[in-house]
Design a protein around this ligand. Structure first.
Ligand SMILES: Nc1ncnc2c1ncn2[C@@H]1O[C@H](COP(=O)(O)OP(=O)(O)OP(=O)(O)O)[C@@H](O)[C@H]1O
Ligand SMILES: [Mg+2]
Length: 277
């Protein structure tokens, strides 16, 4: 693990040297939208879902299980919220170089961990429109898909579910037939702005598709304030991490790299930035 960290640090330094100071400077905050004049939509009107312990176990939802399983996500929550609050950012994209690194698992655990802070209103949105999976992880089949909401063919309430009082999860019942077009469109950007204005979340987390599989994310990442790159220990390669971190940094602010599927705990730390297997 030390070798991986050292190699990543070296790659960052090399990139910083080749790009000058730009890489270190955060991008300017996205203009925040005015809040809805009518004071926001009614969260209690959304269907409520309780995630069972059985589901939490099978879905690796450590945030719900508590104890040692929740610790890495609580650490991730604290760092993420501090960085985002300091910068005045609200929208976070979660992506990875390749498939199956754990984006959906990390996004959901992070959202659940954030939602344990009762004063935070959290929206988690499935934007992996090729292989939507969030609904499966929470065991919910929505009537309609969030991509249809973006295309103004469905309403938010038909694609969303509420967990507790302060977490909304927007899911897709089916993949989109035109994922890149939907994600890149001006209409989707406007719909998201309207949703943010009406529902007034403090933080929006977008569970995205892998960076190297398609260009779906490229045209969308201008709509977010910052991102996390989830990588899988022992399967994501250093060149892939480097190339994706570099590309992400050109599209949005990168909060950090989350090392997932790590089989080894650091006994000296007791805590990790990674999610344990
Ligand atoms: N920390 C972990 N340890 C072991 N397995 C994990 C861990 N995190 C996720 N997984 C498992 O890896 C698989 C992929 O996880 P997940 O669906 O979250 O990844 P993803 O990056 O969203 O995948 P996709 O690219 O298909 O959207 C799942 O079976 C999940 O249970
Ligand atoms: Mg996924």
């Amino acid at each position: 693990m030390e070798k991986l960290e050292a190699a990543l640090a070296k790659a960052r330094e090399a990139r910083k040297a080749s790009l000058g100071d730009d890489i270190a400077a955060p991008l300017a905050p996205r203009q925040s939208e005015p809040r809805a004049a009518q004071g926001g939509a009614d969260w209690s009107a959304l269907p409520e879902l309780s995630i069972t312990t059985e589901q939490a176990r099978s879905g690796r939802l450590g945030s719900l299980l508590g104890g040692k399983d929740a610790t890495p996500y609580d650490m991730l929550r604290s760092r993420t919220i501090r960085l985002m609050k300091d910068a005045g950012w609200k929208r976070l994209a979660v992506t990875s170089p390749n498939a199956a690194c754990g984006k959906t698992t990390v996004s959901l655990n992070l959202a659940l961990s954030l939602a344990r802070q009762r004063d935070l209103r959290v929206m988690l949105i499935d934007l992996d429109l090729r292989r939507p999976a969030l609904h499966k992880l929470i065991g919910y089949q929505p009537a309609r898909s969030f991509h249809e909401v973006l295309e103004e063919k469905a309403n938010v309430v038909e694609a969303c579910v509420r967990v507790g009082t302060n977490l909304i999860i927007a899911t897709n019942a089916t993949p989109s037939r035109h994922p890149a077009e939907v994600l890149h469109s001006d209409r989707s950007r406007e719909v998201l702005k309207a949703i943010e204005a009406a529902w007034q979340p403090d933080i929006m987390i977008f569970d995205m598709s892998p960076m190297l599989a398609s260009d779906d994310n490229v045209g969308f990442l201008g709509n977010v304030d910052c991102s996390l790159l989830v990588v899988a220990a022992e399967s994501t390669t250093l060149p892939n991490i480097d190339v994706c971190e570099k590309e992400l940094a050109q599209l949005t602010n990168v909060l950090g790299v989350v090392l997932n599927k790590c089989r080894y705990e650091d006994p000296s730390a007791g805590y990790g930035y990674e999610a344990y297997e």
